[in-house]
Write a protein that binds this ligand. Structure first.
Ligand SMILES: Cc1ncc(COP(=O)(O)O)c(C=O)c1O
Length: 412
């Protein structure tokens, strides 16, 4: 598709999605949204399953899964045999963290900005498997180098102690709150220097950033497709290079599980084990090809990502001007992507943090028919705006004005 034949991005595209026309959706990063063009594809697969469940689930499903897997693997630069479909990123986080072969006293490195599922699962692992979490505290805005330096010094401090070693680190590619890009490629290299395995939570990556998994070479990697690739929820992938596939198990143990003695004498069952979480509706995964076709019809990955990144930049700046605050950025401008974080003018509020964040959700959603993610970081309140092909600059302005009013009401 040539540039000239690209569709016009912006509000005019809203009708291509199911979103309510009067809704101002600046929160794509939370749960994604998918285009109407995929509905016939989704229904076709659901009907094939219903018209002959046995033939579908025993035979016809697998070539379809493989065809979608191959095209996605080419996009993210990995071998199809290193990729499996999983329901969502939470599922991937729990599968890896709960099955990784930790020994008592092993340590796991993570960052204070890790997704809540990571933090809670590591707490669960501490309670049940006695592995300890070493947390690197991050207070943004930070440069990539500052994050890498701080991590290196904490690793060296921990490895000098005589109480177990760090075996695994969980690293975001783009964290949730703040919604910022993390220097995950350099972090994977740094961890390798210390013989620490890397687990990259790339929940926000596919459809948001170009990926080259063979080049980055993490030990484990997850991404959703339902957030930024436009596939129906729930659809996500787990990437595990062959060298690590024997180390982990899916959350749901099925007929493909091999005990260590069995595994020693046979081929690893990674893909079969992860691809079958029991009988579910697999149609969401089979919409990946159609989502990629749709994205090609919009001008392709580069055009989509360029529009969204540019809109986030401009929209974030405009929102900061309206709010009289600042965008969360560092000097090298590496933090913002298709998501941008803007400080809120909010200080003296006598409500709990939970009450404040819920007030923003309710007022934005019900009074203003809009949404962005509001959160507290480094003692200040911030709004995370997501830019998508169906958004325009004036929507950032409208939501910034709404946020300013809610801040005043909360402070009154
Ligand atoms: C960084 C990160 N990891 C994991 C998740 C969980 O994603 P899912 O809802 O697909 O399980 C999210 C969700 O927003 C996220 O932002």
């Amino acid at each position: 598709m040539t540039k000239d034949s690209q569709k016009t991005f912006g509000r005019a595209m809203r009708s291509e999605f199911f979103l309510e026309p009067e809704y101002t959706p600046l929160n794509h990063g939370a749960f994604g949204a998918w285009p109407r063009a995929l509905l016939p594809v989704l229904h076709k697969y659901q009907m094939e399953a219903e018209s002959h469940p046995d033939r579908w689930l025993r035979r016809w499903l697998y070539p379809e899964l493989d065809s979608n897997r191959q095209r996605l693997a080419a996009l993210i630069h990995c071998h199809p045999e290193e990729m499996s479909f999983i329901a969502n990123a939470s599922h991937g986080l729990c599968s890896i963290l709960r099955s990784f072969p930790f020994n008592k006293g092993d340590k796991v490195l993570c960052f204070s900005t890790a997704f809540n599922v990571t933090e809670r699962t590591l707490t669960y692992m501490k309670d049940t498997h006695h592995c300890l979490t070493v947390t690197v505290e991050l207070a943004y805005p930070l440069s990539d180098q500052a994050i890498l330096d701080k991590t290196r010094s904490i690793i060296e401090e921990e490895q000098a102690k005589d109480n177990g070693r760090i075996r695994l680190a969980v690293v975001d590619a783009i964290s949730s709150t703040p919604g910022v890009r993390f220097p995950y490629e350099a972090m994977v290299r740094l961890l390798r220097e210390y013989d620490i395995m890397s687990f990259v939570d790339g929940a926000h990556t596919i459809g948001h950033l170009p990926l080259n998994l063979h080049e980055t070479d993490p030990d484990f990697f997850i991404s959703t497709c339902h957030k930024w690739l436009f596939t129906p929820r729930s659809s996500a992938i787990l990437y595990v290079p062959k060298r690590n596939q024997h180390l982990i198990q899916p959350l749901v143990i099925n007929e493909f599980y091999q005990s260590p003695q069995e595994a020693a004498n046979s081929v690893c069952n990674f893909q079969a084990a992860f691809d079958w979480p029991g009988a579910i509706d697999f149609s969401n995964f089979l919409c990946i090809n159609a989502a990629l076709d749709y994205r090609a019809s919009l001008g392709g990955e580069e055009a989509i990502q360029a529009y969204c990144t540019d809109l986030a930049q401009k929209g974030g700046q405009r929102a900061a001007e309206i709010l009289g605050t600042q965008v969360m950025e560092n000097e090298d401008r590496t933090l913002s992507t298709c998501m941008i974080n803007v400080e809120l003018p909010l200080s003296n509020v006598s409500k709990s943090d939970h009450e404040i964040s819920q007030t923003f959700v309710d007022k934005l959603m019900y009074d203003y028919h809009a949404l962005v993610t509001v959160y507290k970081h480094n003692h200040r309140w911030w709004a995370r705006f997501s830019a998508q092909v169906y958004n325009e600059l004036d929507e950032f302005e409208d939501v910034a004005k709404a946020l300013a009013k809610i801040c005043k009401e909360l402070e009154a």
